[in-house]
Design a protein around this ligand. Structure first.
Ligand code: GAP
Length: 452
C-alpha cells in the first residue's frame, strides 16, 4: 500500500513523535534546550534498528569492511591536521543593535532580519565545540568535541591495517556522536548541534577511486530503497566545485524529499589522499600502504559515504507516514519496514478475562524472547489496533475465547489489515517468516485465512 503524497508535514511528524514517545524536546521541564532532542522508548528502538540495519549491510555482510568505535575527544592536533581548526567555519555577521548573529549565506539584504539594525562586517566562526581536559582551563588543555566521526578512523588506519591484515580495497565503519556549533538549526531533528553519524572510510588504490566512488553512491542509495524509502523521494545531487568541503575532490549528496523540500540525507565524498597525507605529516608517522603484489608503496585514496542517523530517522518516519479512512475514521499508520519497526508484534487478548489474559501473557513471554513485543489489554480491540498502526507495529496477535478451545490465535497485518488464524504452536515460526517478508496468506500447517 502506497502512502499518498501530501499527507505528511513536519507538524504531524513532530506531534506523532511526541504523542507516542518517539522524540521529546531535551530537558523539557526546564523549557527545553534549543535544537537538542531526546529519543523516547520508541524512538530509541527505531534509531537502534536503523543503526543495526546499516551495520549489518556494511560490516556484517561484507568481507572488506570492519568496525571501529573511537573516542569523541581526540588529540587536538587531529583538528589541525584535518583542516577543521582553519577551515571548518561559517561566515557570520552580527547585528550592532540586537547582537543576533546571522550566516552570510542566509541573508537576503544587508540589514538585520530581526530588528533591521546595521550589521558588522563578516567574520569566520568555527563550528567546533571547545572544552577543557583536566582541572586547568588554559590553552594547553583545550580539546574539541569531534565534528565528524571520520577522523577517529583515519588516525586508526595503521592500527586496523596491522591487526586485521586487510588488503586494499577495504573499509572501516563507525557509528557515533558528532557535534557542531551550527548557527542555523531547525526542522526538528534535521539540523542539530549534537547528532549521530554512520560513516565508512573506504581505502582504495589511487586510480580506482572513481569506480569505487560510483559503487558506494549506488550501494548507499539502494540501502534506503531496500528499507522502504520510495525511490522517487531520493535523488543524487553533485556538489559544484565551490561547494566542495576542503578535503573533497568530488561529492554527491543523497537527498531526500523532506517536508521542507529536497535536503541532504547522506554525502558520498572522494577525499583523495588528503587526510592520510595530513596525518602522516602532523604525526610524523608513516601512513603508506605497501602493495605486496606490485611491490608499490602509496597513500591510499579514501571514498567516504557519510550518513546522518537522525536524518535517517526523520526520512524513514516521513516516508512511512500515512493516513487513510477506515471504518468511518482516519487511520494513521507508519508503513515502517519490519526490520525498522520499534515493536515487531503486539499481543492483544480480546478481553481481560482471567483465562484469556493467562494465555496471552504466556504468548507475550514467549515472543519477547525473539522480538520487541508489547502487551495491551486496554480499551476496544479496534483502538488497540489503531495504537499499533500509528507506531508501525507490523503484526498484532489476538487471543479470543475460541483460542481457549482450539489453541489458535489470529495474526493481523498492519498495512492490509488482512488476518490469518494459526495454531499457537506455529506462531513463532510464522511470525519469523512474515517479518522476513513472506506473504501473509502463505499458511503454516493448520493455518487458515481469517479476513481478506
Ligand atoms: N565526514 C564527512 C561529513 O561529516 P557532512 O556532509 O558534513 O560530511 C555527513 O555530514 C552527514 O552527517 C550529513 O549528510 C547529515 O546526514 C549528517 N549531519 C551533518 N550535520 C548535521 C547536523 N547539524 N545535524 C544533523 N545531522 C547532520
Amino acid at each position: 500500500m502506497e502512502p499518498t503524497p501530501g499527507k505528511v508535514n513536519m507538524e504531524k511528524i513532530v506531534s506523532l513523535c511526541r504523542r507516542r514517545g518517539f522524540i521529546f524536546p531535551s530537558s523539557e521541564i526546564y523549557g527545553g534546550l534549543s535544537s537538542c532532542w531526546d529519543y523516547g522508548p520508541l524512538g530509541v528502538e527505531l534509531k537502534h534498528n536503523i543503526k543495526q540495519a546499516w551495520w549489518q549491510a556494511v560490516v556484517q555482510e561484507r568481507d572488506d569492511v570492519v568496525g571501529l568505535d573511537a573516542s569523541i575527544l581526540m588529540h587536538p592536533q587531529t583538528w589541525e591536521a584535518s583542516g577543521h581548526l582553519q577551515g571548518f567555519a561559517d561566515s557570520l555577521v552580527e547585528c550592532k543593535s540586537c547582537h543576533l548573529r546571522w550566516r552570510v549565506d542566509d541573508l537576503g539584504d544587508s540589514n538585520c532580519p530581526a530588528c533591521g539594525g546595521e550589521l558588522t562586517e563578516p567574520r569566520l566562526f568555527n563550528l567546533m565545540f571547545k572544552t577543557f581536559m583536566g582541572p586547568i582551563e588554559d590553552a594547553a588543555s583545550v580539546v574539541y568535541l569531534r565534528p565528524e566521526t571520520a577522523q577517529g578512523i583515519f588516525v586508526n588506519f595503521e592500527n586496523v591495517l596491522n591487526t586485521t591484515r586487510k588488503k586494499l580495497p577495504f573499509g572501516i565503519a563507525q557509528i557515533g556522536k558528532a557535534f557542531r556549533n551550527e548557527i542555523t538549526t531547525g526542522n526538528f531533528i534535521f539540523r542539530t548541534r549534537e547528532f549521530e553519524q554512520m560513516e565508512i572510510e573506504y581505502f582504495v588504490k589511487p586510480g580506482t577511486d572513481k569506480e569505487w566512488f560510483d559503487y558506494w553512491t549506488e550501494e548507499r542509495l539502494n540501502w534506503y530503497v531496500k528499507l522502504g524509502i520510495r525511490r522517487e523521494n531520493l535523488q543524487l545531487r553533485q556538489h559544484a566545485k565551490e561547494e566542495l568541503a576542503h578535503y573533497a575532490r568530488e561529492c554527491y549528496d543523497i537527498d531526500y524529499l523532506f517536508p521542507m523540500g529536497w535536503s541532504e540525507l547522506e554525502g558520498v565524498a572522494n577525499r583523495g589522499d588528503f587526510d592520510l597525507v595530513q596525518h602522516a605529516s602532523y604525526s610524523g608517522k608513516n601512513l603508506d600502504y605497501f602493495d605486496e603484489e606490485t611491490k608499490e608503496r602509496f597513500i591510499p585514496y579514501i571514498i567516504e559515504p557519510s550518513a546522518g542517523v537522525d536524518r535517517s530517522v526523520l526520512a524513514f518516519l516521513c516516508d512511512a507516514y500515512d493516513e487513510e479512512s477506515a471504518e468511518g475514521e482516519i487511520r494513521v499508520l507508519l508503513h515502517l519496514h519490519p526490520n525498522l519497526a520499534p515493536i515487531k508484534v503486539a499481543i492483544l487478548p480480546l478481553s481481560r478475562r482471567e483465562r484469556l489474559v493467562e494465555v496471552a501473557k504466556q504468548i507475550y513471554a514467549d515472543l519477547r524472547q525473539c522480538w520487541m513485543a508489547q502487551y495491551d489489554d486496554a480499551q476496544s480491540i479496534g483502538r488497540r489496533y489503531r495504537r499499533q498502526d500509528e507506531i508501525g507495529t507490523p503484526f498484532c496477535v489476538t487471543i479470543d475465547f475460541q483460542s481457549l478451545e482450539d489453541e489458535q490465535i489470529t495474526i493481523r497485518e498492519r498495512d492490509s489489515m488482512r488476518q490469518i488464524r494459526v495454531p499457537i504452536s506455529e506462531l513463532r515460526t510464522t511470525l519469523a517468516a512474515k517479518l522476513g517478508g513472506e506473504d501473509l496468506f502463505v499458511l503454516p500447517p493448520g493455518g487458515q485465512i481469517w479476513k481478506e
